[in-house]
Each structure stands twice: as structure tokens, then as C-alpha cells.
Write a protein that binds this ligand. Structure first.
Ligand code: ZN
Length: 220
């Protein structure tokens, strides 16, 4: 842990430090429903620390003995400009790259924390809780029309599309920046579509982003 560094798809490093990962919960109505959660009135935000990031192609080594670790496949945004109280158009022009992330979640721990009204960090912020793919440059994809998939052992498990987000990318980033300053190198996760489930040792996960990025990883 601790040696994560952003990369572009061609393998060259992105010379920006990862400061934090700002995430949104329940950004797809069907995922909120599958976990019997209400659709929130305003974005439900949380943060993963830089120590949660790992390269997604490394074998996934999730915590043992803390119950199920769920995968949540999410579009990841690499921030390239400082943002505070930004407008949606400022947020849009601050997007440097797109990638994919797994928002790994200790689901049983999270359910206990939720029951008590406690913060989610122990379920969401552990070392390795945020496998990140390399990024593709923002101008390679049409904003507002990005899709991604997760296959496990050859079976389609999750399909995401920016058009199905309750909070679309640019307004979401703008809203985040009204609560937390975003700085170059920060990453925004945009929520998971339905189909989440537990990681099981031996599984192979294949992720695809809008036909431009393909990554594969394995659960140990
Ligand atoms: Zn998530």
C-alpha cells in the first residue's frame, strides 16, 4: 500500500499526486433500490483517503474476517484544476481524465454502521478499498454519454451509463466542490449501478469503459 501513482492508459505516469477520493452513494436509482435504500434528496457524499488507492490490475486482496466485501464498479474522474464552489461548466472543464474504479465496501460492517447512524469509513476507507484503472484523456470521450461494464468470470454483472445518473457528472463535481475543495490529482467516484455483490477468491473481473479502456483483475 501507499505506492499508488496515477497513470495514463499508455502507461505514462500522470504527474499529479492523489490527495483524496470524493465519492457519492446512491447515484443510480436502481442500485439504491437493490439495497433497500431511499433515493437521497441531495447527493450522499463520502471520502476515501489516498491510502485506499491501489492499481486495479494488482490481484485484489480484500480484508478477511470482516464479512462480505462487495464490488461497486464506478466511473472515476481525474481532476485537473482546482475547484471550489465551482459551476457545472467550470467542473466540466476541470475533468482531466476518465477511468474506472472499484468502490470496495465491507457490506456487513457498513450495514452495522448504518443501523447505528455511524460514519461509513471503516466499511469504505480501508487500505486497498479503491482499486483504480489507468485514465484516458477527457477529450477522448463525449461528456454525458459514457458507459461501462463489469464482467465476472465472463458473465455481465454491472452496466453503467452516465445518462442514468441521478446527479450527472458535471453538476455532481460542482456540488462536491461546494463542500470540499478539489485539487489537481483528486479523484471523483460517481456511484455504482445495480448488480453489486461479494468478491469471491478466484474470480476474474473484467472492466470496460466506452470501448476505449479494458482492464482485468483477479481476486486472491
Ligand atoms: Zn459506491
Amino acid at each position: 500500500m501507499g505506492d499508488y501513482q496515477h497513470h495514463w492508459k499508455d502507461g505514462t505516469p500522470v504527474h499529479l499526486p492523489l490527495g483524496k477520493i470524493v465519492c457519492v452513494g446512491r447515484n443510480y436509482a436502481e442500485h439504491a433500490r437493490e439495497l433497500n435504500n431511499p433515493v437521497p434528496e441531495e447527493p450522499l457524499l463520502f471520502i476515501k483517503p489516498a491510502t485506499a488507492a491501489v492499481h486495479i490490475t494488482r490481484p485484489l486482496d480484500a480484508p478477511k474476517n470482516q464479512g462480505e466485501v462487495h464490488f461497486e464498479t464506478e466511473l472515476a474522474i481525474l481532476i485537473g484544476r482546482p475547484l471550489a464552489n465551482a459551476s457545472a461548466s467550470e467542473a466540466e472543464s476541470a475533468i482531466l481524465g476518465y477511468g474506472l474504479a472499484l468502490d470496495l465496501t465491507l457490506r456487513e460492517v457498513q450495514n452495522r454502521l448504518k443501523q447505528h447512524g455511524h460514519p461509513w469509513e471503516r466499511a469504505k476507507a480501508f487500505d486497498g478499498a479503491c482499486p483504480l484503472s489507468p485514465f484516458v484523456a477527457a477529450d477522448t470521450l463525449p461528456p454525458g454519454n459514457i458507459h461501462f461494464t463489469l464482467d465476472i468470470d465472463g458473465q455481465r454483472r454491472q452496466t453503467g451509463d452516465t445518462r442514468d445518473m441521478l446527479n450527472p457528472v458535471a453538476p455532481l463535481i460542482a456540488h462536491m466542490s461546494s463542500h470540499f475543495s478539489l485539487v489537481p490529482g483528486d479523484v471523483v467516484l460517481t456511484g455504482t449501478p445495480k448488480g453489486v455483490g461479494p468478491l469471491i477468491p478466484g474470480q476474474t473481473l473484467s472492466l470496460e469503459l466506452s470501448d476505449v479502456l479494458f482492464v482485468e483483475t483477479r481476486v486472491v
